[in-house]
Design a protein around this ligand. Structure first.
Ligand code: KIV
Length: 266
């Protein structure tokens, strides 16, 4: 089984003309399942902060969190390309971007890194690529800038904003990134960008016309039922399944029904 490379991801669009599948995973057991399901990319996203660590937003996530989770996920992945998010504050300038991306590669096992933004981090992206590090970009609703963007809102609704995001995508391609995540943008903008770029786009809340799709694993599995963004399709209701299993275990212990002698040693 050959390991997927950043070049293979580009070829999915340019040569094979087939969609790219990506999902987040933050630990060994889930990364193994995501990889075994045949996903092209395992993204160790900084969404780990909200999904697994109980933070209010992704800005609380630090390098130590990302390295810890990337290491665990990387150990499980045999085939997919492992992309690791650069956390908030880890790519303020070209020097710190290179230093921290190298830590994600060397300590976390990242095969590519993903910083958020376009024009404002152009020099950082250039420096990363100059060091031979694979970069996936992230435009549109960039969660690390949530306070600047005024909340988790669709971006690129006005012509001016859409043109800016479009131009940033072109610039990132020229700088050498191998793919771009488009998060929460109108599908017409995602289509325009996808058609203009030679490198693939991955959508999340960006409609059906991107070259591939990425989702947060825990959203897809139905771990959190209180928030349900329009772009998430739940393929399971694990919150219900887990709660029911836990309740049955508790009731069985309280009622003396678990363990039985059959489940004991002589
Ligand atoms: O952190 C993350 O999970 C992400 C995806 C939303 C693309 O960046």
């Amino acid at each position: 089984m050959d390991k997927i490379t950043a070049k293979d991801i580009i070829n999915r669009k340019q040569k094979e003309h087939r969609k790219i599948t990506a999902l987040t995973a933050y630990d060994f057991p889930f990364a193994r399942l995501v990889d075994q399901a045949g996903m092209d990319i395992v993204l160790v996203g900084d969404s780990v902060g909200m999904v697994c660590l109980g933070y209010e937003s992704t800005v609380s996530v630090v390098m130590a969190d990302m390295i810890h989770h990337a290491k665990a996920a990387r150990r499980a992945v045999k085939r997919a390309l492992v992309v690791v998010d650069m956390p908030f504050g880890s790519y303020e300038d070209a020097g710190s971007a290179v230093m921290n991306a190298k830590r994600l590669v060397q300590e976390g096992g990242a095969e590519a890194v993903k910083p958020e933004g376009g024009n404002v981090i152009a020099s950082q992206v250039k420096a990363l690529i100059g060091e031979g590090i694979n970069v996936m970009s992230h435009l549109g609703m960039t969660p690390q800038s949530v306070s600047k963007l005024g909340g988790y809102k669709v971006q690129g609704r006005t012509k001016k904003e859409a043109d800016r995001i479009f131009d940033e995508a072109l610039r990132l391609e020229r700088l050498g990134v191998f793919s771009i995540v488009l998060e929460c943008v109108p599908y017409s903008l995602a289509k325009r960008i996808t058609e203009a770029l030679k490198i693939p786009t991955l959508g999340i809340g960006a409609g059906p016309y991107t070259d591939g799709q990425v989702l947060v694993l825990h959203d897809l599995l139905g771990f959190e039922s209180s928030v349900h963004p329009r772009f998430v399709r739940r393929y399971a209701r694990l919150d219900d399944a887990i709660s029911s299993a836990l309740e049955r275990y508790r009731n069985d212990v309280l009622a003396g029904k678990f363990p039985t002698l059959k489940e004991s040693f002589k």
